[in-house]
Write a protein that binds this ligand. Structure first.
Ligand code: FES
Length: 213
């Protein structure tokens, strides 16, 4: 082998070594970057897992009070996604002044307009709007016939007045926006009102009664 060839080979080896070092550094960098990303992913995945299994989640399932923030809700809307308390859907509707006035006038033929069954609402909700605050209606969203979950109907639940309400698709029961069932439908009673109290203008605690210690 000539000196020239030997010199060229050494230069090539040096180049290969340098390239190898660069590749190794690059590999370490990629491994480090991947680990960092994986770390973020694990933390991200761990948070919902931990929160799902946190004591408060278990307590809620057993019936602990549930706090609901409805600050984003506008008049005429029902809170979505629907929150649960004791495993039951909670309907929270924000009624506009016209709806409140209409509920007080009772324009529909209702089976229990005066909410005479004390098991269906706390005392504070034994009124035309079946609520503590006239504009905010809070009901357990389970039909009193066979337990389906009624749907929120913004308008025309009652064709004669155009008023919205709740419609149970299972056997056709209709409720007004105070959860009162219309006369002649299969549901035997109004939608239940859960115990609740307002913690602020836009936060309500379901499961703790208004005025209770
Ligand atoms: S379950 Fe609602 S009408 Fe039958």
């Amino acid at each position: 082998m000539s000196d020239d060839v030997s010199h060229e080979t050494s230069a090539a080896d040096a180049g290969a070594d340098e390239q190898s070092t660069v590749n190794t550094r690059r590999r370490y960098f990629l491994i480090g970057a991947t680990s960092a990303v994986a770390g973020v992913g694990i933390v991200g995945a761990a948070i919902p897992f931990l929160s799902y299994w946190s004591p408060s989640a278990k307590a809620r399932a057993l019936g602990a009070p549930v706090k609901i923030d409805f600050s984003k809700l506008a008049p005429g809307e029902m809170l979505s996604p629907i929150q649960a308390w004791r495993g039951k859907p909670i309907f929270l509707v924000y009624r506009d002044p016209e709806t409140v006035a209409s509920l007080e006038e009772q324009p529909h033929d209702l089976a229990h307009p005066d909410s005479e069954n004390p098991e269906m609402q706390p005392n504070f909700a034994k009124n035309p709007t079946r609520s503590s605050r006239p504009e905010i209606g809070i009901y357990v969203g389970i039909c009193t016939h066979l337990g389906c979950s009624p749907k929120f109907v913004e308008v025309d639940n009652f064709e004669d007045t155009g008023q919205g309400g709740f419609f149970c698709p299972c056997h056709g029961s209709k409720f007004d926006l105070a959860g009162r069932v219309g006369r002649g439908y299969p549901a035997p009673d109004n939608l239940p009102v859960p115990p609740y109290r307002f913690e602020s203008d836009t936060v309500v605690v379901i499961g703790e009664e208004e005025g209770a210690a």
